[in-house]
Design a protein around this ligand. Structure first.
Ligand SMILES: *Cc1c(COP(=O)(O)O)cnc(C)c1O
Length: 363
């Protein structure tokens, strides 16, 4: 018996008739870039997030980058980012020419530590990018309060948190703007790359619409130095089908998380901590243990897939040599990277696979 970490093909199989029809409809319609599928999906996704605007772009990284760019962030500026995140959060800042300034995580939630943010704010700081890591919302009220007192923008990195809630409110509606990714493995995933900017700021939405399309508001008329970063019609049509089952699939993830937590709690592993106000999207189920090497051998022997999110923190990557980060700069982030392990939690675990997982973890 094998339990794969992720089964993308199963996301297609479950919805095959609807996804094939959506695909065929676009092919047949004959309009492939910025058409009615993208604009309809933008409306549907904005509504899902309870925000005014959604703008489809080429990837989650582009969504982050384009917002920073639209805010005029660039060389000489600093942007606060979690030290403990996927590197794209940092890369988006670097693309603008600004400097990413890392902040350690909270020991319980692994999200950006509220008490450490103010220590990193300087006169060059322009924005904070909280990440809803593993699908768990960051403490947005606290972050928004800090941002308000220093006049900073707040950009949610919601790439792992489609449908998560904070005090009942959806991610995407919790800051000045939010960036989502539709990379295939995300909770709402396309069959290729895609992303979305979500905001209730009308002027910002207009800027993003220009920037994603060569800075053009009218064909061959260009008011900005823009880029080409658009969500495809084919992906939008299929994402509309998948948006309808997002809550159901998140519910399956949540049931799986509950099962793990009950089984694992007594096995010396640290299970995810969920604050009262959080309703996570359970993109990943991450446990923490000092005996990770032994655990991975046991999982391998049992045919159970696992991954590490993420093994090398951004400040220790060669890409960031120029920032002169060294071991010890972010001790908790570094410790987590050597102790965390993600278990299979996709919405497509079969009942046989679940039984196999239960047997493995049963005392
Ligand atoms: C996936 C991810 C991104 C980037 O999204 P892409 O669509 O792959 O560019 C950004 N931030 C986080 C936290 C992610 O997990």
């Amino acid at each position: 018996m094998k339990v794969p970490f992720l089964n993308l093909k199963a996301t297609y199989t479950e919805l095959q008739p609807e996804l094939d029809a959506a695909y065929a409809q676009v092919m047949d319609h004959g309009w492939y870039i910025l058409g009615e599928q993208v604009s309809t999906f933008e409306c549907e996704f904005a509504e899902y997030c309870t925000a005014n605007h959604a703008i489809g772009v080429g990837s989650g990284l582009d969504a982050l980058y384009l917002v920073l760019k639209a805010w005029g962030i660039g060389p000489g500026d600093e942007v606060i980012v979690p030290a403990n995140t996927f590197i794209a959060t940092w890369l988006a800042v670097s693309y603008t020419g600004a400097t990413p300034v890392g902040v350690e995580p909270d020991e319980l939630t692994y999200n950006i530590s509220i008490s450490e943010i103010e220590n990193k704010i300087t006169k060059h700081t322009k924005a904070i990018i909280p990440v809803h890591l593993y699908g768990q919302p960051a403490d947005m009220d606290a972050i928004n309060n800090i941002a308000k007192s220093y006049q900073l923008k707040v950009l949610e990195d919601a790439a792992q948190a489609h449908g998560a809630r904070y005090y009942g409110k959806r991610t995407g509606s919790l800051g000045d703007a939010a960036a989502f990714s539709f990379y295939p493995g995300k909770n709402l995933g396309a069959y290729g790359d895609g992303g979305m900017v979500v905001t209730s700021d009308h002027a910002l939405a207009e800027q993003i619409r220009l920037l994603r399309n060569y800075g053009s508001h009218e064909k061959y008329v260009h008011s900005k130095i823009g880029v080409n970063s658009r969500l495809d019609e084919l992906h939008a049509a299929q994402l509309r089908v998948k948006l309808k089952v997002l809550n159901l699939w998140n519910q399956r993830r949540s049931e799986m998380a509950e099962m793990y937590t009950q089984l694992i709690e007594n096995r010396g592993l640290i299970v995810p901590y969920v604050p009262d106000w959080a309703d996570p999207a359970w993109h990943l189920y991450v446990v923490r243990t000092k005996q990770r090497a032994e655990l991975t051998v046991q999982l391998d022997n049992a045919g159970i897939g696992w991954q590490i999110h993420y093994p090398i923190p951004a400040h220790l990557q060669d890409a960031y040599r120029d920032l002169k980060g060294k071991k010890g700069d972010f001790p908790l982030t570094e410790q987590l990277s050597s102790e965390i392990l993600s278990l299979p939690i996709g919405p497509h675990l079969t009942s046989e696979e679940k039984t196999h997982l239960v047997r493995f973890f049963e005392p």
